[in-house]
Design a protein around this ligand. Structure first.
Ligand code: FBP
Length: 547
């Protein structure tokens, strides 16, 4: 494979490790934990893995570890830094005992079930160090949730003498990792399971997990692109750019990009829901900004939109919930053609939801009828909310023009940034953070832990000062209703409206909406140069650290 000069240069970057992991370590155990809610149910569901203590590595005496074979799985959407998690596991295992082996299960969790794997040799690992993407072993969205799958996994582990599996994934994958750990414990199968917090969405975070990996890089890539667009805006002074950003339900990416680039408008889904705002309220909010700026002589600007926005509008939420059930019926699934499907939906919907469905532009109504994901949710990355808002804002401006309340000219461009950031070269932060998470995971395995997530904390400080350890996965779980059933899941973190990042945004957004010199241009991620540029943390993290 031909490598670009940057790829070659990044091969030799040595990711930073916390000081504590550089030498010999021992585990310090805290008090037993409780789950965040539904403690009684959790205790029953996880009799062997409930109540484990939080653990932290501290300096210890040198000791020898036996050779151990480990399997690793990348699960779900790509996030920058995944290869560094794997190289961290590899280096940690080999340092402890060079006879240890690391196997990569191919194509996500299905690799474990279907017995598709490869041994990860030093040559393979070296050629992927500090690169973006998950292509070293591939990823997938198969859910590990059935006992037959767990048994198939145990079979291949027995064949390869694998004693531990590391699952690198988001909240759902880590929930399933914990269910797997509990199952193996229950059945007396000697396989440990360790999770690692991945997702660009930033929604796998809590008191113990300061950020999920990939969020830093993805938000920086999108902010670079938004900055470039905003500079184009300032130069040509003729377009409004509507930019939808990935993040699934949570608006963390949109908020972070807003903090980095200071757009004229940024919509935060969690606020829309809290204020019970309708689609028409959001359209009015954007239109008002456009009119105000036009009155000040600025017929251009930027609007950031989180991809999950529609799901946070109460009426659309109700509509989607009824549609999810209808779409799952064999009757609907037998219908061929958009028109016939739409007619079926219209016939079956309740009176109120029918009115909401009919009020949406046709192309959006069609997109809402598309296949659901494995969890039964709308695939929000496929809903072109930015185009819908352009159309609806345009309509509203036309009406304002007719009554003389607006005299400007509205030209808009639609963008969607998601896949552009998921496989980018990891920033120095993500390269270091991921490597440390992986290295730390290998130590958790060597110390015999299972049902833990590998965690690195104190992240706003320099890597040398980071704290390394593990948090029991069950302690982050509660019961939630999914696909009509109450199930244990890791609690997803949405944007907190009382949190410092959102409050800071609220304190600034009016200024950013009206003035003409407030855009900030972050430029591309820098890998070489002054630390304040190359190792900068996200604004979200710095505001959250600011106690
Ligand atoms: P994960 O939750 O698996 O990390 O994936 C995140 C994400 O990138 C979302 O932001 C986005 O909505 C979704 O994946 C897109 O899914 P797909 O890769 O299947 O198109």
């Amino acid at each position: 494979m031909i490598k670009s000069p940057l790829e070659k240069a990044r091969m030799s970057y040595q990711p930073k490790l916390p000081n504590v992991l550089k030498g010999s370590v021992k585990l310090s155990e805290g008090k037993p934990t409780e789950s965040v809610a539904n403690q009684a149910e959790m205790k029953t569901l996880f009799p062997h893995t409930y109540g484990l203590p939080i653990v932290e590595f501290v300096a210890g005496e040198p000791k020898s570890y036996p050779a151990v074979n480990v399997g690793v799985i990348l699960s779900g959407g790509q996030a920058p830094g995944g290869h560094n998690v794997i190289s961290g596991i590899f280096d940690g295992l080999k340092k402890a005992n060079p006879a240890s082996k690391l196997y990569g299960f191919l194509g996500g969790p299905s690799g474990l079930i279907d017995h598709k794997y490869k041994e990860l040799t030093v040559d393979i690992i070296d050629s992927y160090r500090n690169t973006g993407g998950f292509d070293m072993i591939g990823s997938g969205r198969t859910k590990l949730e059935k006992t037959e799958q767990f048994d198939k996994g145990a079979e291949i582990c027995k064949q390869l003498n694998i004693k531990a599996i590391v699952i690198i994934g988001g909240d759902d994958s880590n929930t399933n990792a914990c269910i797997l750990a509990e199952y193996y414990k229950q059945k007396n199968i000697d396989i440990q399971v360790i999770g690692c917090p991945k997702t660009i969405d930033g929604d796998l975070k809590n008191e113990m997990i300061e950020t999920s990996f990939g969020f830093d890089t993805a938000a920086k890539v999108y902010s670079e692109l938004i900055g470039n667009i905003q500079r184009d805006c300032n130069s040509s002074r003729k377009y409004w750019h509507f930019i939808r950003l990935m993040g699934r339900s949570a608006s963390h990416i949109t908020l972070e990009c807003a903090l980095q680039t200071q757009p004229n408008v940024a919509i935060i889904s969690e606020e829309v829901e809290a204020k019970n705002q309708s689609l028409s309220d959001v359209v009015t909010q954007i239109t008002d900004s456009i009119v105000e700026r036009a009155n000040a002589g600025y017929e251009f600007g930027s609007v950031l939109i989180p991809e999950g926005l529609l799901e946070f509008m109460p009426k659309i939420k109700m509509l989607l919930s009824e549609m999810n059930d209808l779409l799952a019926t064999p009757e609907f699934q037998a219908i061929v053609g958009d028109e016939a499907q739409r007619n079926f939906i219209l016939l079956k919907l309740s009176h109120e939801n029918k009115a909401t469905f009919e009020s949406l532009p046709l192309f959006i109504a069609k997109q809402l009828m598309m296949d659901r994901d494995a969890h039964g949710n709308v695939q929000v990355s496929l809903i072109e909310t930015e185009k819908m808002l352009i159309e609806m804002v345009g309509e509203r401006l036309k009406r304002l023009k007719e009554c003389g309340a607006y005299t400007g000219k509205f030209s808009a461009m639609a963008h969607f940034f998601g896949y552009e950031g998921r496989c980018a070269f990891p920033s120095n932060f993500d390269a270091d953070y991921c490597y440390s998470i992986g290295y730390n995971a290998s130590l958790l395995i060597l110390e015999g832990k299972t049902a833990y997530m590998s965690i690195i904390r104190n992240c706003c400080k320099s890597a040398e000062e980071w704290i390394a350890g593990g948090v029991p996965v069950v302690s982050m779980m509660n019961m939630e209703r999914r696909n009509g059933k109450d199930v244990p899941v890791i609690r997803k973190a949405l944007v907190e409206l009382e949190g410092k990042p959102f409050k800071f945004f609220v304190s600034k957004r009016e200024e950013w909406a009206g003035a003409n010199d407030t855009f900030v241009f972050q430029g591309p991620i820098q890998f070489f140069g002054p630390s304040e540029v190359c190792d900068a943390r996200t604004k979200t993290m710095m505001l959250e650290c600011d106690k």
